[in-house]
Design a protein around this ligand. Structure first.
Ligand SMILES: Nc1nc2[nH]c(O)nc2c(=O)[nH]1
Length: 415
């Protein structure tokens, strides 16, 4: 039964502007130096030059993305392991816990650059976030065009106007299992990403595994303006529609995108043909009700119901969008609608699953789905008490190597 308690979305007071921090200007784009960059998390970036005697030789793997030449990627520039001066966000761990927000399938553009530290681009700003010792999250702009507007963009991206604590209290009252999971997995927040950035990432995610999705997303990102390199990872602003339109299907195919190359090119073209402008059209979906936003997204090549729901939830303020794939369906049949266990995942069943989430959790049901989805990830299962595992949990778990169910073919039920 749906909780009758009213969900209060606490509007946070915007904290006072921070003291100015040093902005490291981006290095102008230069042609890439052919090199294999070995990324290590807490140690120095090592440029492994072939035939170098000072470094262990690394045999390049014949992997699609290992030797991918990323355009627009100059050598690393930002000093490694520098002492960063973190500016507190005044968001506690229960409102934002970085390891449960960034590497959990919402975005493939952020990189772990230190213990409890993640780095990514927000618009044209390059920022690192770190969970501080007191639980608060601190930020540091490696590059920002204007400190004040970069901070506002960051707060917007983190969806800080929405209180996770208030929302989870309501979900927990409606669902004791949610309450128990929430005790272990606090702070898994839904981001408010740029819609174009989110859309292209989730087109890449269709029938794909996390490693390959990340490789593809890195390739697309590298077409954008270079912002800087942190701990060996080069960061770029997401490319504009115009820049994306200059890439050919053949180039994407050559880079290993497979059939998704056609979808990306087709989607970019479809967006460019929108009379109001593609970016504006995507932004306008934020104002529509969920079904209309999903219908709009579904007209784009490569966008099926699951991709559309992910884009709606993670970028379009559609807080009750429920991405449904085989994993989510299994969660639903285990805990919400056991009577559907054993049925086939048809479009009708997909709708039943979404309705079950909606009636249990209400208008922020997508945020509840996010926690339940994360609880099934192998990385989280490992830290949850044993009583959360179920006999078929392994089967139901989206893994690093397993394909996501974000396929267009979900439309006809073959997830
Ligand atoms: N919270 C969720 N994240 C996801 N990533 C992905 O590929 N699918 C999902 C999902 O269903 N929920």
């Amino acid at each position: 039964m749906q909780s009758r308690r009213t969900l209060v979305i606490m509007k946070r007071q915007r904290p006072t502007p921070p003291p100015p921090t040093k902005a490291i200007p981006p290095t102008p784009s230069t042609p890439p130096t052919p090199q294999i960059i070995h990324k290590t998390l807490h140690s120095k970036t090592i440029n492994l030059k072939p035939n170098s005697h000072s470094f262990r030789k690394v045999k390049p793997k014949r992997d699609l993305f290992t030797n991918l030449k990323l355009p627009n990627t100059p050598p690393p520039t930002i000093p490694i392991s520098q002492e960063l001066k973190w500016v507190p966000l005044n968001l506690g761990k229960s409102e934002l816990y970085l390891p449960l927000t960034f590497p959990t399938g919402q975005t493939f553009r952020w990189k772990q650059t230190g213990p409890l530290q993640y780095t990514g681009a927000v618009g044209s700003n390059l920022v690192s976030l770190k969970q501080l010792d007191n639980g608060d999250v601190g930020y540091y702009f490696h590059y920002a065009t204007s400190e004040a507007s970069a901070r506002l963009a960051l707060l917007d991206f983190l969806n800080v106007g929405i209180s996770l604590n208030d929302m989870w209290e309501v979900f927990s009252a409606a669902d004791s299992r949610f309450a128990e999971l929430a005790r272990h997995l606090g702070g898994s927040r839904v981001l408010r990403q740029d819609p174009l950035e989110c859309l292209i990432q989730f087109i890449c995610s269709s029938n794909n595994n996390i490693r390959r999705i990340t490789g593809m997303v890195d390739f697309v990102s590298s077409l954008g303006n270079y912002l800087g390199t942190v701990e060996g990872f080069a960061f770029h602003e997401f490319p504009s529609l115009d820049r994306l339109s200059q890439v050919s299907e053949a180039e994407l195919r050559e880079a290993g995108f497979g059939y998704r190359a056609k979808y990306i090119i087709g989607t970019v073209r479809a967006l460019q043909s929108k009379p109001m402008g593609g970016v504006e059209w995507l932004a306008s979906l934020r104002e529509l009700d969920l079904q209309k936003a999903i219908d709009g997204l579904s007209t784009l090549p490569g966008v099926g119901p699951k991709v559309a729901a992910c884009v709606a939830l993670f970028s379009l303020d559609q807080h009750h969008a429920i991405p449904v794939d085989t994993h989510v369906w299994q969660i639903a049949t285990r805990y919400l609608i056991p009577e559907l266990a054993g049925t086939r995942l048809t479009p009708k069943v997909c709708n039943r699953v979404a309705d079950a989430f909606l009636s249990k959790y209400g208008k922020y049901a997508g945020w509840a789905q996010t926690l339940l989805f994360i609880a099934e990830l192998p990385s989280q299962k490992a830290i949850l008490p044993l009583n959360f595992s179920t006999a078929d949990a392994k089967k139901a778990t989206p893994s690093e190597n397993e394909e996501t169910g974000n396929a267009k073919s979900n439309k006809d039920g073959s997830a």
